[in-house]
Design a protein around this ligand. Structure first.
Ligand SMILES: Nc1ncnc2c1ncn2[C@@H]1O[C@H](COP(=O)(O)OP(=O)(O)OP(=O)(O)O)[C@@H](O)[C@H]1O
Ligand SMILES: [Mg+2]
Length: 236
């Protein structure tokens, strides 16, 4: 039994079927990546897990318990925390307030302070800019903030939707170094990317999604050298 198990989910937006039977599994402590082009259903897969767009059929299990019928706040409470596509930071709130909001369901005040300190260690820029309004931070800084905010939920599973979107290669590298570090400390991560280079470097295994279906799954090292993957997702 994997820690997070997605089994044959179908997810719709009205009449549009975005996921056509997606299955995937993430072991405890593992970093798994989901790659695919625009509209493949990557974000919908994460949104299905976090119940923002619940699946119509299929099951999602965390540590063996079915969670696909729970509301989003209970999913967060169970420790599935998402850094959404496009970051979605609260623009008029400060960096620190955004981070504190990530912990709003928690009551373990001492641990919250420890986690805040850890986020500031991982992202020193956020520490320097604690009282800056999120909306005036650069795109890359807001990405760090979105990841930091998800980490403030005390995640057991971290869902990261395109952490490299719209960010310079140098900053992307820094963010990926941090993702690798978080994973090395034992965090279970499900990562979504269009830009597969970094994602396959940091992850152990990967799934390729095309028009709402998983068409390939393998060790990341194998996907990296797979000619079809190289052509479609690695720009080589
Ligand atoms: N709110 C919505 N209403 C209707 N259709 C939607 C909605 N959100 C997504 N879709 C459709 O669902 C499908 C999957 O979209 P999704 O956002 O999951 O793709 P993605 O793989 O994350 O793509 P991208 O790399 O561009 O972010 C697409 O066909 C998209 O048009
Ligand atoms: Mg997306």
């Amino acid at each position: 039994m994997a820690f997070l198990e997605v089994d044959n989910i179908a997810t719709y937006y009205g009449n549009i079927q975005a996921l056509k039977g997606v299955s995937l599994a993430v072991e405890e402590g593992e970093c798994v990546t989901l790659i695919g082009s625009n509209g493949a259903g990557k974000s919908t897969t994460l949104r299905s897990i976090s119940a923002l767009t619940p699946p119509r059929t299929g099951t999602i299990k965390l540590a063996g318990e079915e969670i696909q019928n729970l509301p989003p706040q209970e999913i967060v409470g169970l420790g599935i925390c998402q850094s959404p596509e496009g970051r979605k930071c609260f623009q008029r709130m400060t960096v620190r307030e955004n981070l504190e909001l990530g912990a709003y369901l928690r009551r373990d005040h001492t641990q919250i302070q420890t986690d805040l300190k850890r986020v500031f260690e991982l992202f020193p820029r956020l520490d320097e800019r604690q009282s800056q309004k999120a909306g005036t931070m650069s795109g890359g800084e807001q990405q760090m903030l979105a990841i930091g905010r998800a980490m403030m939920g005390s995640p057991k599973v971290l869902l990261l939707d395109e952490p490299s979107m719209g960010i310079s290669p140098v900053l992307t590298e820094r963010i990926y170094e941090t993702i690798a570090e978080i994973n090395k400390e034992g965090m279970t991560i499900l990562l979504v990317e269009q830009n597969a280079n970094f994602a396959l470097d940091v992850s152990k295994r990967g799934y390729v999604l095309e028009t709402g279906k998983v068409v390939m799954s393998d060790e990341s090292t194998s996907l990296r050298t797979n000619p079809e993957v190289m052509k479609a997702y690695l720009g080589t």
